[in-house]
Design a protein around this ligand. Structure first.
Ligand SMILES: [Cu+2]
Length: 211
């Protein structure tokens, strides 16, 4: 009963392969455009079409003047993450706050976004497993379980901004944590030199999926 015609079988496989090739080429083209322009509407369209697997385990976030790579991440509640933040700049200090909303400060010229209004790290246990070239570290309401004393850097407490390490050029830090039950869209940003780094594009988005 089975179709034993080798030519017919071969034809089907060729068609299937060509179809896969065309889909793959199209995906690469669109992803390439999204990466080239780092254009949020394009990037969002790429993600909606092709989906995004949650990152977990060891991940690296590179800081530059003035951007993050990646500028979009997907995490899942309960996942264990070991995030290394590396400042690749040779000239500038950079930080990475994660939060939602903005605290703003009106000035004569414009409203300055000074930090996030809601700190993602509030109440989150965090372990620092490696650090070098840190300028200062704001713990805010995160629960730092690693021994950060004596500090090779300036450690500052709540009231000085959201949880954030600020890296000197070339500096890096590794933070280990379990993604807390805070699903939804969060943002990360560098507020060093005020609004300027954020305005220049030093920001990203984290989509946290429910467990
Ligand atoms: Cu910066």
């Amino acid at each position: 009963m089975a179709n034993e015609n080798p030519q017919e079988k071969n034809k089907v496989e060729v068609d299937w392969s060509r179809r896969q090739f065309l889909i793959g080429t199209g995906a690469l083209t669109v992803v390439g455009l999204g990466a080239m322009f780092l254009n949020e509407p394009v990037a969002a369209a790429v993600r909606s079409v092709f989906g995004q697997q949650p990152e977990s385990g060891p991940i690296t976030v590179l800081q530059g003047d003035y951007f993050y790579i990646p500028n979009y991440m997907t995490w899942r509640v309960g996942d264990q993450i070991s995030m290394t933040i590396h400042n690749t700049s040779t000239t500038h200090f950079h930080e990475m706050q994660i939060g939602r909303g903005f605290n703003t400060m009106p000035t004569a010229l414009q409203t300055i976004r000074t930090q996030f209004a809601e700190d993602f790290w509030d109440g989150v246990p965090v372990t620092i497993t490696a650090a070098q070239g840190i300028d200062n570290f704001v713990t805010n309401e995160a629960k730092i379980s690693s021994d950060v004393h004596p500090t090779p850097w300036l450690l500052t407490q709540p009231g000085n901004g959201g949880f954030s390490p600020t890296m000197k050029p070339g500096g890096q830090i590794t933070l280990s944590f379990t993604v807390p039950n805070k699903p939804g869209i969060w943002h990360y940003a560098c507020f060093v030199q005020g609004y300027m780094h954020w305005l220049a594009g030093m920001r990203g988005t984290i989509n946290i999926l429910p467990a």
